[in-house]
Design a protein around this ligand. Structure first.
Ligand SMILES: Nc1ccccc1C(=O)C[C@H](N)C(=O)O
Length: 313
């Protein structure tokens, strides 16, 4: 079946992939502005009130840094929530993205906010590699952890989802991945190729395909031991129809390929409210995250075996 987005006009496609055009409680510019302000305020608060290690390098690159925030009780045997910010791989930073730090650290979860080289400095391939290295770094730095839970918003959800496909052997460590929270993400990048979002990214069709987790899950079905690792695909009620379609199709493919996936449409929220609501402890998504992290059912993601190539000449 031909992908439904192919019948959309260029103008409609541009709109479908402009999240700020779909907000309902404020104007587009005001939504983007509020997003930055809420993120900056949450980060200032986290840095002022939580134990932290800031700008810790996970690689040699200038932009390869994480901020790590800890709960009050000193321990390394903590669950780690590792967050990748959104901004269409061309905006945003870790310094404006500590939305969930105070609520999660209050409940005994360490939170890592990851910086990666956004475009035009970085390509999507580079960002995917940086994200994988940041996760390997967290695992090596905190080998006693009680599981790494990856979360990404918008473009960050694509980066997190790509981690379902990583062969960790080249990173010298197998991270104890125990859950994925994919918020308002994009899992097939092809529709973006002809939109203005691609201007700083310079993605070719091959780049888009290589970095579309939706295109690769079927060829890399879940390892039997990983079928208990929860993958939550979350979308806001007021995300655009294309964002809903992307989330739903990714969820369906996860189910078909053996992942323990669930799908959650958060009522009443748009693409930006979904993430800034995480600053509130009583937020529904925070409750879902905490329940998943502390559920005894959460089991570790086991190493992916290299694909066996049999009978090929
Ligand atoms: N700043 C963001 C942060 C998170 C997610 C998206 C954005 C965007 O800017 C999207 C796009 N430029 C829009 O105007 O909707």
């Amino acid at each position: 079946m031909d992908a439904p987005w192919r019948v959309l006009s260029a103008e409609e496609l541009e709109k479908q992939y402009s999240p700020s055009e779909w907000v309902v409680r404020r104007g587009a510019q005001e939504a983007l502005q509020t997003y930055l302000q809420m993120g900056s305020e949450a980060t200032s608060k986290a840095r002022a009130t939580r134990k932290s290690q800031l700008d810790v390098p996970y690689g040699d690159g200038e932009g390869e840094k994480v901020d790590i925030y800890f709960p009050d009780a000193a321990s390394e045997a903590l669950p780690f929530f590792v967050f990748f910010h959104g901004g269409y791989w061309q905006s945003g930073s870790k310094d404006q993205s500590a939305f969930m730090v105070n609520p999660l650290t209050a409940h005994g979860v360490a939170v890592v906010i990851v910086a990666y080289d956004i475009a035009p400095k970085g390509t999507i391939d580079k960002m995917v590699d940086q994200v994988a290295r940041s996760i390997a770094f967290v695992q090596k730095s905190f080998p006693e952890n009680k599981g790494l839970f990856l979360c990404g918003h918008s473009a960050g959800a694509q980066l997190a989802a790509m981690m379902l496909l990583v062969n960790w052997s080249k990173h010298g460590v197998t991270p104890s991945l125990k859950g994925f929270f994919l918020m308002s993400g994009i899992y097939d990048l092809e529709p973006l190729l002809s939109t203005s979002q691609n201007a700083p990214l310079h993605m070719t069709p091959e780049d888009a395909r290589r970095n579309s987790p939706q295109r690769h899950l079927e060829a890399a079905p879940v390892e039997p031991g990983n079928s208990a690792c929860p993958v939550l695909v979350i979308v806001g009620q007021h995300d655009s129809p294309e964002f809903h379609r992307q989330s739903w199709e990714f969820y369906e493919t996860l189910c078909q390929t053996g992942w323990k996936a669930s799908f959650e449409e958060l009522p009443s929220v748009d693409h930006f409210e979904i993430i800034w609501n995480l600053t509130r402890e009583e937020d529904r998504l925070n409750q879902i995250i905490l329940k998943t992290i502390f559920s005894r059912a959460a089991s570790p993601l086991l190493p992916r075996k290299p694909l066996e190539v049999k009978g090929q000449h």
